[in-house]
Design a binder for this molecule. Structure first.
Ligand code: NAP
Ligand code: BGC
Ligand code: ZN
Length: 346
């Protein structure tokens, strides 16, 4: 079968691999589509994850059950695999059903860190890591994994604001990449106004989609994050999806009192001089919070399926416009479109 692996020379390559035999508790899944995000590009650049030689790439997948193998699933069911697996034996995080809360050295991540991903015609997946999806959503199913990231981050942010009456007036998304853009329609349902900060011109397709999805666009070249309150308004939520390290601190400056910043981006090394007293004071005297969040659990995937279903068709479709056949995997991995995906199905 076809599989796209990261070769020892650091380049992705289409290779022939034996079709996997599902073991006990595993179903054989025919992979239909695999989305590509910033993390995949970081893996290819060698700056994220622990890449085994010949690791199969891809972690945002949707597929169809080909052989249930006694798992209780049915042939033809549409499913989305979660990303984390135990690093050998189960540990406490997997036993509790909270693999997303495992420290990075107590988990592997399919297609990212220490385990094969999903960019292959078939994968064998333990049924406990398969989330069902209505068949009508199958063409967009590769969006479930990134939406699950937002489901978890929002849950953590909301939990930290739960003890009091939190104003949900304004939310700011940092970044016009696929994670940031996908999060805008979700926040648009939950906040009175959503803003999106990027560094592209207004006629860029990513910016146009941000606006179509309901956001007011903030050009960071004119208004840096910490000037957003003065130029626009203070934010009740900041959702950081750039990985630009200074945003971790600047996000707090963009918050209203009682606001919360959720940090998702994975930064590269970056040092800078920072007024730590300001940062500390704004957090304490403003009852503000910062939460970091990585990966997502099964219930977050289920919520993501509901969100995908509820998303306006025009917005959902904009993320599924650039689907490349497997033979064109290089173009998909290199492309600068809003969201690229690879199609493996027949
Ligand atoms: P992406 O497609 O590469 O998007 C990154 C975005 O950040 C791009 O729009 C980029 O702008 C923008 N950006 C970078 N530096 C900026 C700056 N200084 N000012 C304004 N915008 C800036 O990646 P993605 O898939 O959306 O993911 C976003 C980040 O989240 C990545 O760091 C990724 O590793 C991380 N991530 C984390 C999780 C998690 O579980 N925590 C899950 C998924 C992704 P340009 O396109 O104009 O360069
Ligand atoms: C993936 C997550 C993963 C994270 C860190 C993200 O792109 O969507 O599942 O935990 O990267 O590797
Ligand atoms: Zn991802």
């Amino acid at each position: 079968m076809d599989a796209v692996v990261l070769h020892e020379d650091g380049l992705p390559r289409l290779v022939d691999r034996p079709r996997p035999d599902p073991g006990p508790g595993e179903a054989l899944i025919r992979v239909d589509r695999v989305g590509i995000d910033g993390t995949d590009r970081e893996v290819l650049d060698g700056v994220h994850g622990d890449v085994e030689a010949s690791m199969v790439l891809g972690h945002e997948a949707v597929g169809t059950v080909a052989e249930p193998n006694g798992t209780g699933l049915e042939v033809g069911e549409t499913v989305v695999p979660t990303v984390r697996r135990p690093p050998g034996a189960y540990n406490e995080y997997f036993r509790r059903g909270e693999p997303d809360m495992a420290p990075m050295d107590e988990t592997v991540e399919c297609g990212i860190d220490g385990a094969d991903g999903f960019m292959a015609e078939y994968v064998a997946v333990p049924s406990e890591y398969l989330v069902p999806l209505p068949e009508r959503l199958a063409p967009y199913g590769f969006l479930v994994e990134p939406l699950s990231i937002t489901a978890k981050a929002l849950e953590l942010a909301e939990a930290s604001r739960e003890p009091f009456a939190w104003d949900r007036d304004r939310a700011l998304v940092l970044g016009t990449g696929s994670l940031g853009l996908l999060t805008i329609p979700v926040l648009d349902e939950r906040f009175e106004a959503v803003y999106c900060l990027g560094r592209r011109d207004r006629d860029d397709p990513a910016v146009e989609l941000a606006i179509e999805a309901g956001a007011t666009y903030v050009d960071s070249r004119e208004t840096p994050v910490d000037e957003v309150p003065e130029a626009y308004a203070p934010m009740d939520l900041v959702y950081e999806a750039t990985g630009h390290a200074p945003h971790a601190v600047q996000s707090v400056s963009a918050l209203a009192p009682n606001g919360v910043a959720a940090l998702l981006g994975v930064p590269e090394p970056h040092t800078a001089e920072v007024d730590l007293a300001d940062f500390h004071r704004e957090l304490v005297l403003g009852n503000r919070a910062t939460v970091g969040s990585v990966n997502a659990g099964y219930t977050h995937f289920e919520r993501a399926v509901e969100w995908l279903d509820a998303m306006p068709d025009s917005v959902r479709s904009a993320f599924a416009e650039h689907v490349y056949p497997i033979e064109e995997f290089e173009a998909a991995l290199d492309s600068d479109v809003i969201k690229a995906a690879v199609e493996l199905g027949p």
